[in-house]
Design a protein around this ligand. Sequence first.
Ligand SMILES: Cc1cc2nc3c(=O)[nH]c(=O)nc-3n(C[C@H](O)[C@H](O)[C@H](O)COP(=O)(O)OP(=O)(O)OC[C@H]3O[C@@H](n4cnc5c(N)ncnc54)[C@H](O)[C@@H]3O)c2cc1C
Length: 296
Amino acid sequence: MTTTAAPATTPFRFFDVHVVRTRRLGPSMVRITFGGERLAELTSGGRDQRFKIFLPQPHQDRPVFEDTGDGWYTAWRAQDPAERAVMRSYTIREQRHEPREFDVDFALHGADSPAHAAAAGPAGRWAAHARPGDPLTVLAPAVEDNGGVDFRPPTGTDWILLTGDETALPAIGGILSLLSPGTHAKVYVEIAHEDDRQSLPTFADADITWLVRDEATVASRQPVLDALRAAELPEGTPYAWIAGEAGTVKAVRRHLVRERGIDRRAVKFTGYWRRGASEEDLLAELTAGTAAADRD
Ligand SMILES: Cc1cc2nc3c(=O)[nH]c(=O)nc-3n(C[C@H](O)[C@H](O)[C@H](O)COP(=O)(O)OP(=O)(O)OC[C@H]3O[C@@H](n4cnc5c(N)ncnc54)[C@H](O)[C@@H]3O)c2cc1C
């Protein structure tokens, strides 16, 4: 998974930002708009632009983070995990220049419900309670072509397939907003609640299917996979972009490559989170894997 790789510092830079406002998008998501002094230097590449946020621990009112330049990742890892800023991956949903601000849409995954908040992660909890003025550090792009954008359909693509859950919805919205007029796109989005549907403005000829998951069967059913299996897909050369829960992403990719015969190079897939694992768990796995590879 690409979820947890330490991002390159260049062409990314650290920015101190603060919450400007929050807006509920539906039962499961909140849009947080950020502002900051140096935002003239922040340049999103659009589409599925990834970036990192550094959050305060629950007992802190601002993240403990020092920008040590190229060595930041080693320095951050050497800090006490109970005190250092919590690092998470998110998508820049939209950047605006007048005024200078950008939006991030957070899936709350239970963080706003007293019954589930204990199982939710620090980012979900932070987003559920964010207020104007709350400070955050982000590692964000400073140039448009920055390596943090995965959606890159090759020349010769006839149609686009996008699939994901709420965590992928900001990227899907960003991608749709930049597709050329007339591009044929099929989109499958898994959501927790009917009211989590969003309006996704696009010039493309987009056929969007919303799939409301049943929380009772969440561990055993994969609505996106079921819908794809039953779908009649267009003729021609596709480019598929798949994100969301890692198990579903893997199953969807396998279906597209093995059962639909889509060229694996035309399938861009990214696990955005994994059921039962926090981003720290994924980072620890990645680090252990890298260490083992270095020893071999
Ligand atoms: C490139 C990239 C871009 C991303 N963009 C976005 C984005 O724009 N918006 C967004 O909301 N998320 C996005 N994510 C996903 C987000 O980083 C994860 O959901 C992250 O785990 C949330 O951190 P946390 O502290 O809330 O939970 P963690 O501490 O990481 O996890 C705590 C527990 O919650 C579970 N969990 C995590 N996420 C979910 C979920 N969505 N539903 C149910 N259970 C969950 C974990 O399995 C774990 O058991 C992105 C991920 C990547 C890699």
